[in-house]
Design a protein around this ligand. Structure first.
Ligand code: ADP
Ligand code: ASP
Ligand code: MG
Length: 407
């Protein structure tokens, strides 16, 4: 008998039929004697629909009101699942984030969970009642509804599992685990039995949205056993775990390939090559709350320098405006922007003890005539920025080059 937290994503609760199927699964676990907490997303497409509706009226929408609006998606699915469980003779109660008291800070649209009052949930579990919680939402100290950022129901699941000291947090989705890369882009992608928290965190941060970044951070910090599974088919899924457990046998050098199309590149040409110039260019950008990712500086023969950096695509216009101002102040020659780029990354803790990963990556891309525009590395990842149209080819090429299909 275990205490399980199961989270079902948007496609898994995308229709009444799907909700009935989730109820079957949950009821079967109850029958086996497990105590169950279920976290649900909104039906697939619903959060996007609500955001689009808000934008028709106010763009950008007021952050507090947007959270009040988008949190309704998850309020629809939780009572429906409870009804489907009642129908099957299973006791179940739904809770919004505020009803549980999932207390967050007041950063609307990207709030962080501060603590969870779990007495109510425990009392229900002791009464053999399945507790069904709305994902993605919380409440701040003043009683405002908040949300946790896109994909935030994963974090609700992990945070509840940590608070309740659950035996496992199971994330049910439309793929049967974490793959070596997004199976929608590379048909040879292979399901991993295990992956480390550290690798999963890099994969999620570099664009693999199968888990929200914060949920992996949370699971790593509180050592929550976390598993990704399919709600459509049975199987072992992928366990996200500590390094010793994940790679107890032979350690692969590369565990996976992540990618994102959501980047744009800005270059400021011909600024003076003197101390302090990088801060003069980049500080106003970060002061405007724009996250800067890859940064490269090139010095020309004439003593001037070019600085190139990437930001999220949605921030490109704002960043370009700031650079225009900086360019005037520094007497720069030119500003160039490009949003037709993509970033592809290879990730693996095995890189720490293996040389030659970068050269293998660059050679493989060169063989396909894919030009690398920018490069950035850390201890367990190498990322390259390339022209967007080559993204799928690059992912497949690297998947082959590192033998990920067969390992
Ligand atoms: P949910 O609605 O259940 O939260 P998501 O769409 O957020 O589901 O996440 C599942 C999707 O993540 C998959 O359909 C898949 O296309 C994508 N994905 C990206 N990278 C990977 C990966 N490395 N392994 C598995 N799925 C991935
Ligand atoms: N419904 C929210 C979203 O689409 C949260 C989630 O599904 O995890 O981002
Ligand atoms: Mg998701």
């Amino acid at each position: 008998m275990a205490l399980l937290v199961q989270k079902y994503g948007g496609t898994s609760v995308g229709s009444v039929e799907r909700i009935e199927a989730v109820a079957e699964k949950v009821a079967a676990h109850v029958k086996q004697g497990h105590r169950m907490v279920v976290v649900l997303s909104a039906m697939s497409g619903e959060t996007n629909r609500l955001i689009a509706m808000a934008k028709q009226i106010q763009d950008p929408p007021d952050p507090r009101e947007l959270d009040a609006l988008v949190s309704t998606g998850e309020q629809v699915t939780i009572p429906l699942l409870c009804m489907a469980l009642h129908k099957r003779g299973v006791k179940a109660k739904s809770y919004t984030g505020a009803q549980v008291r999932i207390v967050t800070d007041s950063a609307f649209n990207k709030a962080r969970i501060q603590h969870i009052d779990h007495q109510n949930i425990m009392a229900d579990l002791d009464q053999d009642t399945v507790v069904v919680v709305a994902g993605f939402q919380g409440v701040d100290e003043k009683g405002n509804i908040t949300t946790l950022g896109r994909g935030g129901s994963d974090t609700t699941g992990v945070a509840l599992a940590a608070a309740l000291k659950a035996d496992e947090c199971q994330i049910f989705t439309d793929v049967d685990g974490v793959y070596t890369t997004d199976p929608r882009v590379c048909s040879k992608a292979r399901r991993l039995d295990r992956i480390t928290f550290e690798e999963m965190l890099e994969m999620a941060s570099l664009g693999s949205k199968v888990l929200q970044i914060r949920s992996v951070e949370f699971a790593g910090k509180y050592n929550v056993p976390l598993r990704v599974l399919s709600s459509f088919a049975d199987g072992p899924g992928t366990l996200i775990t500590l390094e010793e457990e994940a790679h107890s046998m032979e350690q692969p050098v590369i565990s996976g390939i992540a990618f994102t199309r959501d980047e744009a590149k800005l270059t400021i040409r011909g600024v003076p090559d003197v101390p302090g110039v990088a801060s003069k260019v980049l500080c106003p950008v970060s002061d405007a709350n724009i996250e800067v990712d890859v940064i490269v500086q090139n010095v020309s023969a004439d003593g001037s320098t070019d600085i190139t950096f990437t930001v999220q695509q949605g921030d490109m216009a704002k960043a370009a405006k700031i650079l225009d101002q900086v360019a005037r102040e520094l007497g720069a020659r030119q500003i160039v922007t490009d949003d037709k780029i993509a970033k592809v990354s290879v990730v693996g803790v095995g890189m720490r003890s293996h040389a030659g990963v970068a050269s293998k990556m660059f050679q493989a891309l060169a063989r396909e005539n894919i030009n690398i525009q920018l490069i950035t590395t850390s201890e367990i990842k190498i990322s390259v920025v390339i022209e967007e149209k080559y993204l799928e080819l690059a992912v497949r090429t690297l998947h082959d080059a590192f033998g990920l299909e067969t390992r």
